[in-house]
Design a protein around this ligand. Structure first.
Ligand SMILES: C[S@@+](CC[C@H](N)C(=O)[O-])C[C@H]1O[C@@H](n2cnc3c(N)ncnc32)[C@H](O)[C@@H]1O
Length: 191
């Protein structure tokens, strides 16, 4: 079955790549992985972000529901899998890091997503999130514009997300906010 990002996959890197470049550099700084650590870029699309981690982290995995997006990002060092972020099929406690970059608002079953992330992370593992903030006026405008292209979308705010992640045992470690978005690092309890 066709997925929403299949149609824009051939243009994604050219359009979004330029717009997201500085942001992804900032995210890569926050993802301070070591060569023995394993990373999963969930909803990782064409691998724009995952490619920044090659040669820095250990195994790098990417899962996405759009085969066309995965095909655009083919890179031998990234282990790509086609699947659903809410039910990935990886064994529990597989990863030191999970990344959700520009993904949460594309998924309706967000509680299932957070439950799956909590299942996949090792104790003390970290979750890096990049999102539009619907609790900010400018974030709501950006979200509405995005909703015109990708409908439906399910935007979330920073506080709303924090409340959910606390329930799943995450502690806030680092936060970068601007007028419309946030990048945030959480740690799963038990490290
Ligand atoms: C805006 S793109 C972001 C891609 C990448 N994370 C980045 O920052 O460039 C959103 C991605 O989430 C994927 N996606 C949406 N819902 C998904 C789901 N339920 N399971 C897996 N991937 C999903 C889409 O196919 C798309 O590649």
């Amino acid at each position: 079955m066709e997925k929403p990002f299949d149609r824009i996959a051939p243009y994604y890197n050219r359009w979004i790549g330029r717009f997201m470049s500085a942001r992804m550099d900032r995210m890569a700084e926050m993802l301070a992985c070591s060569p023995d650590e394993t990373v999963l870029d969930l909803g990782g699309g064409t691998g724009l972000f995952a490619r920044r981690l090659v040669d820095r982290c250990g195994e790098i995995h990417l899962l996405d529901e759009s085969l066309r997006m995965i095909e655009q990002g083919a890179c031998g060092k990234i282990r790509a899998r086609h699947g659903d972020a809410t039910d990935t099929g990886y064994p529990e406690r597989s990863f030191d890091w999970v990344v959700l970059s520009d993904v949460i608002h594309h998924i309706r079953e967000q509680d299932l997503l957070f439950l799956e992330v909590a299942r996949l992370l090792k104790p003390g593992g970290r979750l890096l999130v990049n999102e539009i903030d619907r609790e900010k006026p400018l974030g709501r405008i950006v979200g509405k514009l995005e909703g015109l292209v990708f409908s439906p979308v399910y935007h979330i705010g920073f506080k709303e997300l924090s409340d959910s992640l606390h329930r799943y045992g995450f502690t806030l470690r680092q936060l970068v906010q601007d007028a419309w978005s946030f990048i945030v690092l959480w740690e799963k309890s038990g490290g």
